[in-house]
Write a protein that binds this ligand. Structure first.
Ligand SMILES: *Cc1c(COP(=O)(O)O)cnc(C)c1O
Length: 358
């Protein structure tokens, strides 16, 4: 069997959830959109089910996958519904929905139901992606508040630059938010992972941690006092499947991206870009070889990559090579490969996930 595996540590996931909730000081929606950032939404939601205040997903398809797997409790559609025809399903499956556009507001007003809709009303406080302007927001709040089939509203917004500790944009957005909600009834929701880790003065009744649940630090390489408490959830690993010796001047792999300038011992590892490992990881990208720091050499191919075993005399066919996890962390790895910590685990493909300590 191919030795590539993504180990998913569910105890680490629970630990990170508790940290996020504690930093937020209120309720925390565990964000499990995009298949839990590649970690497997159903398994992650099951692992958190007993303690999470609710879950956040991007669309009704993701919500229904969780419900069909028996996940109970609140599930919020963070982009709302894409079509008014989703409203009966939202009621049937007891989902919560964001309302961020006027057409969604009108669809809610026109929708007849005996059930109570739980709505998170979204303000555009400066990200300029989804959300109502402050004037529209106050008007929508008033219109929703008089509907008998709409429960207490949660007032939310999303932060565009909370991962930049030197930017004043987060405080500007906070000010716009506070002004827009002034005097209105309802709980608030503002914080994503970078806000929880980097902006202790930005808080809300509900927080929405995503990336940090999976143990990655969105602020890296800026320092944050809490990042060290995060525990990586995914360990991507495989094994050396062949070993060879290169003489001086011999090239390695596609495009001769590495040429030996000294006698070099090479390990071929069963892991490639079709598994989600970054194709353009450069020579020297860190890996762990049987727990010892080592380096990638040569171009990453679809199913294999190569590592330098010259300084790893004990390593042999069968040695375990860790591509990300405790080291290198996805936060460290991402900038070296011109990608983001968000994208690395989301790119996972083909490699089976193996759940541990569930
Ligand atoms: C994805 C998402 C989050 C989580 O963001 P992280 O940076 O991963 O913590 C929170 N809120 C909304 C609306 C999102 O779309």
């Amino acid at each position: 069997m191919r030795p590539a595996q993504a180990l998913i540590d569910l105890e680490a996931l629970r630990h990170n959830y508790r940290l996020a909730r504690q930093l937020g000081g209120g309720k925390a929606l565990a964000i499990v959109k995009a298949d839990a950032y590649g970690h497997g939404a159903v398994s992650c939601a099951r692992a958190l089910q007993d303690e999470a205040d609710g879950f956040g997903v991007a669309c009704i398809e993701e919500a229904l996958e969780l419900r069909q797997a028996g996940i109970r409790g609140p599930i919020l559609l963070m982009e709302g519904f894409f079509d008014a025809a989703e409203l009966p399903l939202i009621v049937e499956h007891d989902l919560w929905t964001v309302v961020s556009s006027l057409w969604q507001l009108e669809a809610v007003e026109a929708f007849k139901t005996d059930a109570t809709l739980r709505i998170w009303l979204k303000l555009d406080s400066g990200m300029h992606r989804l959300g109502l302007s402050p004037e529209e927001f106050r008007d929508a709040h008033a219109r929703l508040s008089v509907l008998p089939n709409v429960g207490p509203l949660v007032m939310m917004s999303h932060l565009a630059r909370a991962d930049e500790l030197g930017s004043n944009r987060t405080h500007e957005q906070l000010e716009v938010f506070n002004r827009a909600i002034d005097g209105l009834e309802g709980e608030t929701s503002l914080c994503n992972s970078p806000a929880l880790l980097g902006w202790p003065d930005v808080r809300s009744d509900w927080v929405r941690p995503g990336l940090m649940l999976y143990g990655a630090d969105p602020l890296y390489p800026q320092s944050s006092p809490h990042a060290a408490q995060l525990r990586p959830v995914m360990t991507l690993q495989s094994r050396v499947i062949a070993v060879r010796e290169l003489a001086v001047g011999e090239p390695l792999g596609y495009g001769a991206r590495f040429v030996a300038d000294k006698p070099t011992r090479v390990g071929v590892v069963a892991m490639g870009y079709a598994d989600g490992y970054p194709q353009f990881a450069p020579n020297g990208t860190p890996v762990l070889i049987d727990g010892v720091p080592g380096q990638l050499i040569g171009r990453v191919s679809m199913d294999m990559l190569t590592v330098d075993l010259t300084d790893h005399p004990q390593a042999a066919r069968g040695s375990i090579v860790q591509l990300w996890g405790s080291a290198p962390t996805i936060s460290e790895l991402a900038p070296r490969c011109n990608t983001s910590a968000y994208r690395l685990p989301c790119s996972l493909k083909r490699t089976p996930r193996v759940y541990i300590s569930g």
